[in-house]
Ligand binder design. Sequence first.
Ligand SMILES: Cc1cc2nc3c(=O)[nH]c(=O)nc-3n(C[C@H](O)[C@H](O)[C@H](O)COP(=O)(O)O)c2cc1C
Length: 247
Amino acid sequence: MEKYENFLELLQYRRSIRKFKPDPIPDEYITKILEATRYAMSGGNSQPWQFIVIKDPEVKEKVYNAYLECWDFTYHMEQQRIQEYRLPAFDVPPPEKDKSQRMLAGWKDAGVYLALLMDRRKHWGSVLVANQGLRVMPLSMGHCSMVIHLAAAALGLGSQRVDFSFQQPFREILGYPEPLELDVIIPIGYRAYEPGPPHRFPIDESIHHDTYDMSKFVRNEDFLEHLLRLRKLTRPGYRVAIGEDKG
Ligand SMILES: Cc1cc2nc3c(=O)[nH]c(=O)nc-3n(C[C@H](O)[C@H](O)[C@H](O)COP(=O)(O)O)c2cc1C
């Protein structure tokens, strides 16, 4: 039971941290975080990941600037939607565009950026997994990513997942060959703020006993209402990073 309580506390402490202090983190911490990834689950134990530990300020700056272009693209694409239905970090109109940048790209100062590369060939260690490659591969990467976030939290650090729209700029900067792909960038560093507890839907809404309880099914006509509830839950996690919410 005590282990469960500690585990739950760690899960709640881990949040997406979107602003960091510029202090470097000890190499020992990076080693510990990477060591933890060895125990992540992966399809057929394929361990399809490789890591680039980015500490050189010049490389960091290039990676960061490449990300800004991805962010800019997504920002403008998201403006196609009605404001309150947009992902919370994009529900700011163009005159306030810098807020979106501060929420999604506030990670510039993080001590280290971890680039997670995936190697699709490694899933061919299992035919079953390879057959389902498109689905299973990113799942394995997701397990690895979660271990990294939890290990960072266990060390009192903050981390964020940074997804992006384009592969090529990162390939040029980081020099990884085909067929490797960049799966995600995880900035890790000292937290510049404390985000408060995570906001989630009540668990009862997701649990069914023996057979599916249709009263819990989100009907198509209710989907927008569901989305608004979700936006309300998720908004503070982004706003707290720019000092506009208590989290
Ligand atoms: C697959 C996946 C992709 C995500 N991509 C991003 C991202 O690109 N940028 C970002 O700021 N957060 C990203 N997140 C973080 C989520 O927004 C975050 O986990 C969610 O809002 C819950 O907040 P919490 O992590 O603080 O508990 C991603 C999370 C997952 C699991």
